[in-house]
Design a protein around this ligand. Structure first.
Ligand SMILES: N=CN[C@@H](CCC(=O)O)C(=O)O
Ligand SMILES: [Zn+2]
Length: 401
């Protein structure tokens, strides 16, 4: 089956060759993009959709979320809005509720969050464990994550559970827990922060997970300056996420990690993933996305949807904030939330070992993940903040919303 989407007012492909086109058309064939060009030259297809001048972007690639949880942390949020600071300790509340939930409920809750994200234009999604924190519940979370999301990440090193010895728990994460989750996940993550895991414990987790064949990610420099970004670069992690408190050396290291990557090929570095909704919800200083881009660091924008620090799956909200508050252009912010997210998940180019198609940009042969706005241009995402602008969503060529 093929579908022609025509009369696209602005087609922001985020593809180097295609750029942003006016009065464009796209043909989808099965799960892939088969043709891109001027609407006046569009070929026939089995079905046709008239965009009536609306804008089309790649679907959002949300490279950082924590969707496998039960329970509610409204009280913690209210306390924070009344002036209390965020600490990692709140994670324990979600751990208790998550362990208490049955498999059916936990899966249903997570699926509901995925549906909410897709309805807002997200077509590729990573999610993490991290609210189980024992072997049984981390393995269960990993299994559910692998069924509801495109990419699953092991975050056993999210918090040392109450009553546990930090070093013993770290050993558990690196041993029995890692073996239990391994069949379900592609990535491992560690929360390297005061109140969570020390640099030395984080190093042990990263080493064990790398040795087990997992790709690496790091939660770092969220609540204060720390070792997260430096460790991420040292271990060749795909991304370091949060990055609110970076020193000049951290920025230099991240930029240096991309020095062998020219024109989209060569050695990858570590993507700096900024999480604007989390920064607002925790009242942290916004991550320095402008400074990172200017230094030559590849940047992604993600929702960090989770019950503690960022209970939203709206990548559009994050893009809006990145433009209005972080100094990014609309094109840069959309790029970071599409192609940048794909880069952070190693999904920006063609088929990998899994044989899957590139996501995060619109090009012939890439996965047909499209997001049509109720607006003539992507600029409206920032120009009309808070307005739900998703008109239609295609995921792998299938109309989802
Ligand atoms: N910072 C660590 N983990 C999550 C928050 C987890 C929570 O508070 O439940 C985050 O990315 O912000
Ligand atoms: Zn997170």
């Amino acid at each position: 089956m093929s579908e022609l989407i025509t009369n696209i007012g602005e087609l922001m492909t985020q593809d180097q060759d295609q750029g942003t086109r006016r009065n464009a058309a796209v043909v989808l064939e099965g799960e892939r993009v088969a043709w891109i060009g001027d609407a006046v030259h569009a070929p026939a297809a089995d079905t046709a959709t008239d965009a009536h001048g609306r804008a089309v972007l790649p679907g959002w690639v949300d490279s950082h979320s924590h969707l496998i949880f039960a329970g509610d942390r409204t009280a913690e949020f209210e306390a924070r809005m009344a002036g209390e600071g965020y600490t990692a300790g709140g994670i324990a509340v979600s751990v208790a509720a998550t362990r208490a939930a049955g498999d059916y409920d936990l899966t249903r809750l997570a699926l509901g969050r995925v549906a909410e994200a897709v309805a807002q234009g997200t077509t590729y999604l990573e999610t993490k464990t991290g609210y189980g924190l024992d072997v049984e519940h981390e393995a269960r979370s990993a299994r559910i994550a692998s069924t509801i999301a495109d990419e699953a990440t092991f975050l056993g090193a999210h918090l040392v559970p109450a009553g546990a010895d930090a070093d013993e728990y770290t050993e558990l994460v690196c041993g029995e827990m890692l073996r239990a989750v391994r069949p379900f996940v592609k990535w491992a993550d560690v929360f390297c922060e005061t109140g969570a895991f020390t640099p030395e414990q984080s190093r042990r987790v990263l080493t064990a997970c790398r040795d087990a064949g997992l790709g690496l990610r790091v939660h770092g420099n969220q609540l204060g300056p720390g070792a997260g970004a430096a460790l991420a670069v040292e271990f060749g992690a795909a991304s370091v996420d949060h990055v609110n408190y970076l020193t000049d050396d951290d920025v230099d290291r991240l930029a240096q990690s991309w020095s062998g990557w020219a024109g989209g090929t060569g050695d990858r570095g570590t993507v700096a993933t900024v999480l604007p909704a989390c920064d607002l919800s925790t009242r942290q200083p916004l991550a320095p996305a402008r400074r990172l881009l200017d230094a030559g660091v590849q940047v992604a924008i993600a929702s960090n949807c989770n019950p503690g620090t960022s209970y939203t799956s709206s990548v559009a909200f994050c893009v809006t904030t990145a433009v209005l508050q972080m100094g990014l252009s609309v094109h840069e912010a959309v790029r970071a939330a599409t192609w940048g997210g794909a880069l952070a998940l190693h999904r920006e180019t063609g088929a990998d070992e899994d044989g899957r198609r590139a996501v995060g940009s619109i090009a012939v042969g890439h996965r047909a993940d499209l997001h049509m706005l109720k607006a003539p241009s992507a600029t409206h995402l920032a120009y009309r903040p808070g307005i739900p602008l998703t008109h239609a969503v295609w995921k792998a060529g299938v109309r989802e919303a």
